[in-house]
Ligand binder design. Sequence first.
Ligand SMILES: *Cc1c(COP(=O)(O)O)cnc(C)c1O
Length: 455
Amino acid sequence: MQHCLAYLEQQPDTAAIPGKRLTYCCRLFLSELRQALLAGERRGELSRQLVLRELHRFVQNYHQPSLQRVINGTGIIVHTNLGRSLLPPELVSVLSETATAYSNLELNLNTGKRGSRYTHVEALLCELTGAEAALVVNNNAAAVLIALETLAKGKEVIVSRGQLVEIGGSFRIPDVMARSGAHLVEVGSTNRTRLADYQAALSPETALLLKVHCSNYRIIGFTGEVPLQELIALGKAHGLPVMEDLGSGCFIDLSRFGLEKEPTVQDTVAAGADLATFSGDKLLGGPQAGILVGRRKIIQRIQKNPLNRALRIDKLTLAALEAVLRLYLDEEQALANIPTLRMISEKTTSIQERCQEFRALATAPLANICQLEPTSMASQVGGGALPAQDLPSWGLALKPLNMKAHQLERRLRRAPVPVLGRMEQDVLCLDMRTISADEGPLLLDSLLQALDQPS
Ligand SMILES: *Cc1c(COP(=O)(O)O)cnc(C)c1O
């Protein structure tokens, strides 16, 4: 133990680590080593030098911050595992000011009285979507939960069988419904649901008609869904509110970039839905948040629900959301400055240019170690939005000369700045749609390290 500590204290990159943590790491390392030896998992000679070198590497890794930057070469723009949407870099000053200075988060500066944190974005959301009122919570799962709990606890909610979505991470409409205390009444069949199915299921216990956007799957073939307008007409006739869980919640019609037309939030509000919920960090391209827009009376009831306090968003999220929403005041500005939208709308030729630029940067340093072949490939929007739709893109096929593609994939994942790519038929590919121009030097460094070359 003393030898271990003395060794680590002499190494330049571990010397500055607090002694208490070094001791902790040494104990951990030695106990893992002991277990491996007892279990017979380690063979061969263990020299003192070898053990110390392994310990050193163990401590270096252990002391790395856990949450770290990565380079996304997967071509999946809203990648749930990689942090979904990126915020516009211009937001840094807003975020740092909100984080390090006091603010009027819950103070009305005009009256000097206590204010509400939601006022900072409500007017903007109403202006952008046409809704009467708006509320923001922690994420869309929370938005759906609090909406159901407020409007339908102990009552029935009618949903089409084709819309009983699972989003992943255990968000399933039937389960969220159960948690909210509302009773799910499924109608229709998996592929076809008619208005008559909803009508037949109406009862004195019905509290809500719910439409869920099939964000991450498509039902194709012999299919039929009830259009939102018809559902709204049915709701009106029976005095029942209609809610749509939009999932992604886009403000801009993306069909002009070759994508299928998704209903925008404005469409849903204009159709007369009483309530719509959507995510802040999917197609909207903002921070993680769940946004509810709709009739004032309904939003006010939700706002008063005690759950609202448990699901509330923090001030950094609020600052980021306000800044992103302001960009939407001008659609072109939003498309140019919100990374998610910029990546979705980027032209293939411009991605191709970035490929060439990176090749120009990397060809000489990687000569005789790895070939980079420009290839066409397909990106995806991701985040459970626009499934079954590819965006034509360009990227690089990496052909290492001194190792297998799988080995390079593993090594890139563990590089100081990890790089995630896509294996396509035993070839590791990097889609340049999701790699920005200024990431070039970082990417090259990681490649050199993974290929075991001094950078
Ligand atoms: C993504 C999604 C959710 C969950 O949203 P989060 O912001 O991830 O909590 C709920 N419903 C639908 C239809 C979705 O697509």
